[in-house]
Design a protein. Structure first.
Length: 162
């Protein structure tokens, strides 16, 4: 193990505050203009989003292995381990029942039915380019051939899909 008693003179929260203030200052000073060898604020923003995406991607495996490591390192008698497993199963069952009840009784998402197309003008064009490159495909099926047709959609300045 490494020594954790040595603390940085500059705490993490202060480092984050300095980074936020620095990013806001760059955004205010340069806007969309390139600086530092052609680097733009948009590119720095994409880098920040990539870091957040990586952290989200790593969060679930890290939590899983941390819990697994804690369980493996803990010595629990069989009877207490069985009680723990039963409590966990009951907890998961109750959580699933609550989630299914909410989904079936209130049906969240029905309010969005038919309104999603109205919001597409808020999606940046580069994201639509990544997800909407689809072509017609002939696919043989068990009950005969069928044709799946997807068109590349574009958005006009009014937000209508063409």
């Amino acid at each position: 193990m490494h020594d954790t008693s040595h603390r940085s003179l500059f705490p993490l929260y202060a480092q984050v505050l300095v980074a936020v203030i620095g990013g806001a200052t760059l955004g205010i000073l340069f806007g969309q203009e390139p600086y530092l060898g052609g680097l733009r604020n948009e590119q720095l923003g994409q880098l920040g989003l990539w870091v957040v995406w990586m952290l989200k991607t790593l969060a679930i495996p890290l939590i899983f292995f941390a819990i697994l490591d804690a369980l493996l390192r803990t010595s629990i008698p069989l009877s207490q381990g069985t009680k723990l497993l039963v409590i966990c199963l009951i907890n998961v069952s109750v959580a699933m029942a609550i989630g299914l009840a909410i989904m079936n009784f209130w049906q969240p998402g029905l309010a969005w039915l038919g309104h999603v197309d109205e919001l597409l003008h808020l999606v940046p064009d580069f994201l639509l380019d990544l997800t909407s490159d689809r072509r017609a495909v002939e696919q043989p099926g068990a009950f005969g051939n069928f044709r799946v047709v997807h068109q590349r959609s574009s958005i006009s300045t009014t937000g209508a899909i063409q």
